[in-house]
Design a protein around this ligand. Sequence first.
Ligand SMILES: [Zn+2]
Length: 319
Amino acid sequence: MDIISPLPGERQSMTPSGIEVVEFNLGRGNIGANTMLHSYEWTQYAEDISEYNRPVTNPNTARCIDGRPFASIGPITDPAQLEEQVLYQLPGGVGLATTKALVAANARVVQGKNFRDAYEITSSLLLQLPGGGIIDAGHHACGASKFVKKTAEEAVRPSEVGEMLGAIMTIEGKERAILNELFDHKKALLENGFYDEWDAASHEHFLEENFPDNFARLRVPADTSDGLDGHYEVGLFIAENGGFAKNAAFEGTGKMTFAYSNELALKLANTLGTSHEERVKIYLAFYDDLVNLGGIMFANGFPIMTDMKPAHSLQHMFN
Ligand SMILES: [Zn+2]
């Protein structure tokens, strides 16, 4: 087993197949509070869950990172068919996650008059991308959609985002400067009322109207009096490549897991950025959003598992 030196405030461990487990120390939410694994269980769980990180069955969409199993995706309700799905996952689905990254990065490709406008532009822009386009997706009662404004209002200090991300990628001076810019830009947009028009119900309605075959319902228990709406995730898996077989993972491990697909974030940053600087910025904006959303939703100490190679220099990953 590899020995690695822990970063300040984080307990880290490495599994036999090289999956790193990092403790998320910015959590202010309640997901995982009652289902937290002991840290001695992390490496085995990381190994178990990595079995469900597989090549995607459909490269032209991304679902939400939400760990609750699918009850349906569009017309598909058959449990066996749902278990076969291996999909990319980004917070809120591909349209919302990409909009948040483009908006925070102040990317030239999308300049909406408010967040809702920027989202609708992004959702149709994705459809026009080469290779058949990227089809927007989402689900009923999505936390990522509900917390769009809150992630800007309660944005974590950039130095803390950098420290957290430093555990999974190389964060140096240039990256820290970008995280500062993302923070300042989101705060400026917030003050200008940019996020005020957005609400999760209209987002759902938009998806049901425009992408009915790609709108999902997730399994939520009848009794939600614990305030968790069926969120019993025990960790977040960030996969360098491929997607996540969410229902198969739940059936196989008996546990729910958030999963995030680096491969698609990287591809979208490369495709939508109009300069080297913008591509790096959009890519970091995807991760900045993940950390901020995690801060709102995850309990402190939530484990993040990743097979990302931290030696990557972001400056050399992009053209
Ligand atoms: Zn969601």
